[in-house]
Design a protein around this ligand. Structure first.
Ligand code: TEU
Length: 522
């Protein structure tokens, strides 16, 4: 068993975790100062979102220099110090890589703008003439995931209206042309750069992107940004193109020279068979699966998501991955209904999550039960807000900084002004307050992670056995194990399966499992 096949990975949204220098933005030094907390929580691996040099149009997913640290996050010395300290705390470190696109401030893209159509500088991206007599229409009908056309027109070096370039995300994130060998050579250099500095693995952003079909043909359906998530759809030419697998084989060949290091791909691929293709023995080690995170709080839907995730990896030699959220999704406490019920359901789902075989991802702040924050319009920073013409508020609500202790404005996250306002209700949810409260969400996560690591009931295989359960409920155990996880999403209390209760997500009532509650039994 490799370490990544049974890890509890904690996703750090670097901007929002801990601010070491008082500028209101989280940084690498801040993370280093909070490693003790992560050790207490019991996670074994960290995933850091991009901390590379960036103008921050998409908060770091627009990378201007993939081998440099942005000054707002620290410098290379701070990174090296963090890796060393994390390893001393027996925490592994995985970092994001963004191979699909660069920032428009990347030196390659600046050079492309200064060069003529047809030049080698432009050939690193997708530049094309427009359609129509004067080239005023974009080269095809592709839409940006963030809204609007996926094409932006540039002025030619001589000042006239010129070519268009492709950006599946914001215009500040031009897509790289992966049929250009320079693009791979540069990613390989970047991977070796960070591997040689001691990282334990990579999360590959948009791992179903990169490769594009020859000639960039029109999409055949009415374009809609929602189709970004339907990557399994063969009619969507933007993502999941067959050529991507050759890229993953190259990535894997680099990793194979660094035993014990791994890659996990962000795979927005709805079709189970196509998902599995990325997990062949010479491609990714793991794929991020958001099926469970997308399921509503309903036992039948949760069971279906779990079974589909298991089915998607059943033909591979890898393991399933599970998560309830990430930096792109509404937080569980809000998604499951908000208020006291939403909080209780998020806690119940945490026990489902942590009972499952394979690798688990916990998004920073979910262990505190943080809700999404209702931010005022003027605070919003996600490019989705502007790109959608203010129709979609974007992802800032689930990226508000972590409350550590004390009160407003910074709650121990920063001595300055936090980059997104932290609300009054954070006072009761700080890590410090929850560490002292045995009934807190944080205490539940700590206990559950500890049991997951040490209890023999978790040593079972990767198949699940399902028990008969009342309507709106589910119960399962790993094949060969005695530990049962039961979840009640119905409106009535139900009898518990037989066994000693090891942990429950809320109080049991007269030995019954109440609504919005889960329990582990041995
Ligand atoms: O997200 C890729 C993605 O496919 C989008 O659908 C994303 O889910 C977005 O939330 C839609 O609003 C990755 C990163 O996780 C995301 O944070 C970046 O913005 C994006 O890539 C571009 O790098």
């Amino acid at each position: 068993m490799q370490w990544w096949q049974e890890a509890v990975v904690y996703q750090i949204y670097v901007r929002s975790f801990a601010d070491g220098d008082g500028d209101g933005v989280g940084d690498l030094g801040g993370i280093r100062s909070r490693l003790g907390y992560l050790e207490l929580l019991g996670v074994d691996t960290l995933w850091l979102t991009p901390f590379y040099t960036s103008p921050m149009a998409d908060h770091g997913y627009d990378v201007a220099d993939p081998r440099g640290v942005d000054p707002v996050f620290g410098d290379l010395d701070a990174f090296d110090a963090l890796v060393e300290a994390a390893h001393e705390h027996t925490l592994r470190i995985t970092v994001d890589l963004v191979p699909n696109h660069t920032s428009s401030e990347h030196e390659w893209f600046r050079a492309a703008l200064d060069s003529a159509p047809g030049s080698p500088e432009r050939a690193r991206y997708h530049f094309k003439p427009g359609r129509g007599a004067t080239g005023d229409d974009p080269p095809n009908n592709w839409q940006s995931v963030f809204g609007g056309s996926a094409w932006t027109r540039v002025a030619d070096p001589d000042g006239g209206q010129g070519e268009w370039y492709l950006h599946l995300f914001s215009p500040d994130q031009p897509d790289l042309n992966w049929s250009n060998p320079e693009v791979w050579a540069d990613l390989e250099k970047t991977m070796r750069f960070w591997l040689d500095r001691g990282v334990d693995g990579f999360r590959l952003d948009v791992a179903h992107g990169m490769s594009k079909p020859e000639g960039l043909p029109n999409a055949l359906y009415p374009p809609s940004k929602l189709l970004a998530d339907a990557g399994g759809d063969r009619a969507d030419p933007r993502f999941n193109h067959a050529g991507v697998h050759e890229i993953h084989r190259k990535i894997r060949s680099v990793l194979d020279a660094y035993p014990g290091r791994m890659t996990v791909g962000e795979l927005r691929v709805a079709d189970d068979n196509r998902f599995a293709e990325y997990l062949r023995d010479d491609e990714l080690h793991l794929g991020v699966d958001v099926r469970l995170a997308k399921a509503p709080f309903d036992a039948a839907a949760v069971r279906e998501a779990i079974e589909r995730t298991l089915a998607a990896v059943a033909t591979t030699s890898t393991v399933p991955t599970w998560t309830l959220a990430n930096h792109d999704m509404s937080r569980p406490a809000s998604r499951y209904g908000g208020g006291a019920a939403g909080g209780a359901r998020a806690r119940a789902m945490a026990l489902v999550l942590l009972a499952l075989p394979g690798t688990v991802y916990v998004y920073t702040g979910d262990e505190l039960g943080l809700p999404d924050v209702d931010l005022p319009d003027e605070a919003l920073q996600d490019p989705v807000w502007e790109r959608s013409g203010h129709k979609e508020r974007g992802r800032d609500a689930n990226r508000v900084p972590i409350p550590w202790d004390g009160g407003q404005p910074g709650y121990g996250f920063t001595t300055g002004v936090p980059w997104l306002p932290m609300p009054p209700e954070y006072g009761a949810l700080t890590a410090a307050a929850q560490l002292e409260d045995t009934a807190s969400t944080l205490s539940l996560y700590r206990r559950a992670i500890e049991l997951r690591r040490n209890h023999p009931g978790f040593k079972g295989g990767s198949e699940l056995e399902w028990f008969g359960a009342p309507d709106g409920c589910l119960a399962f155990r790993r094949a060969g194990s005695t530990l049962v996880c039961a979840l009640n999403t119905s409106k009535a209390s139900v009898p518990l399966p037989p066994g000693e209760v090891l942990l429950s997500s809320g109080p049991l009532v007269n030995g019954m499992l109440p609504p919005d509650t889960a329990a582990w039994l041995a």
